[in-house]
Design a binder for this molecule. Structure first.
Ligand SMILES: NC(=O)c1ccc[n+]([C@@H]2O[C@H](COP(=O)([O-])OP(=O)(O)OC[C@H]3O[C@@H](n4cnc5c(N)ncnc54)[C@H](OP(=O)(O)O)[C@@H]3O)[C@@H](O)[C@H]2O)c1
Length: 301
């Protein structure tokens, strides 16, 4: 199958492209810098320009039968008025332009749009969130809600659509784990804020396997949580990471210190969600790394 991947130059996208190629698919990436992206990707991958917020012609999809949408402004930037506008616009208008191009192209049968567990809102509650749980009300939740609403419009064009709410993807090459490793390696890691907030995490290999399952199974429509079946609290996460590294993890960063340093964006760490991947488990998906200790052991070996 020919699969177009937006954000094919990113932390998740580059590995997803490799996995799709290994699985026998033909891959076309939609990125801001085609030459740079293709230099990091396997031979045979093609590309076209996609800038979220700008119109996209149907020819950019190059006859793709499936589209995976990963592109968007990083959310881990300062949430200034301008930063928030960029985050919201890149995701909402970017998805709108992509769906318009898919409708016009007429070749796309399957759409997998990747959102985030932030959909459920930042909370310190331990209440499990399944795909049926309502959205939250903070900034990230409203971005995810508007972004998913745009993605879901592909269904009106008869395109089978899955919206994926992904947890924190763990791999030393990028994302949360990459950011946490330096202080933890120095023995300066530990819980942040109350430590009771939940972290919904997923080993990158499981995230990639889940995305491939969804690309290849158009019968799986609607929302899917993509995070390990065993989320942990921030304190448990810090302890597991310290243990995996053989380093102490007893430091504590008080919430007000993080708020002073990062502003409103600190809520991404000080609050969390206890997310359960109910629909993927019901679909028979098997997590290779359901437990954090084994995931970290594998990632840090
Ligand atoms: N990593 C996680 O833990 C995690 C968790 C939940 C959800 N997600 C979501 O999953 C997606 C992929 O995550 P990731 O970690 O791979 O992100 P990433 O490494 O930041 O990659 C994002 C991709 O989006 C592209 N991009 C950024 N702004 C853009 C814009 N204005 N127009 C067009 N393309 C733009 C980037 O292209 P350039 O190469 O040109 O910069 C890059 O290819 C993102 O939407 C992210 O929010 C990630």
């Amino acid at each position: 199958m020919k699969v177009a991947v937006t954000g094919g130059s990113g932390f998740v996208g580059t590995r997803l492209v490799q996995g799709l190629v290994d699985g026998g698919h033909t891959v076309h990436v939609l990125v801001r810098n085609v030459e740079h992206a293709l230099s990091k990707l396997p031979p045979g991958v093609t590309g076209a320009v996609f800038r979220a917020g700008e119109p996209l012609g149907p020819e950019a999809l190059a006859g793709a039968e499936a589209v995976v949408h990963l592109a968007g402004e990083p959310v881990n930037q300062r949430w200034t008025h301008e930063g928030k506008r960029r985050i919201h616009e890149s995701r909402v208008q970017g998805t709108r332009a992509l769906v318009e191009a898919m409708r016009a192209a007429g070749t796309v049968r399957r759409f997998v749009s990747v959102s985030a567990v932030g959909y459920y809102g930042g909370t310190r509650s331990a209440e499990p969130k399944t795909e049926e749980s309502p959205p939250g009300e903070d900034f990230l939740a409203s971005v995810c809600r508007d972004w998913e609403a745009e993605a879901s419009r592909a269904r009106e064009a008869g395109i089978s659509t899955a919206v994926v709410r992904m947890g924190a993807v763990l791999h030393p090459e990028g994302g949360a784990l990459h950011a946490m490793l330096p202080p933890f390696r120095m023995g300066a890691g530990g819980r942040v804020g109350s430590g009771k907030q939940y972290v919904s995490w997923i080993h990158r290999e499981d995230a990639l396997a889940g995305l491939r399952l969804l690309v290849e199974n158009p019968a799986l429509e609607g929302s899917f949580n993509l995070s390990s079946p065993e989320p942990v609290t921030n304190t448990e996460f810090a302890h597991a990471l310290g243990t995996a590294l053989g380093r102490p993890s007893v430091m504590h960063v008080p919430g007000f210190v993080l708020k002073a340093a990062l502003g409103e964006m600190s809520m991404m760490v000080l609050e969390g969600q206890r997310v359960v991947p109910r629909r993927l488990l019901e679909a028979g998906f098997t997590f290779q790394f359901p437990r954090l200790e084994e995931a970290l052991k594998n990632l840090l070996a």
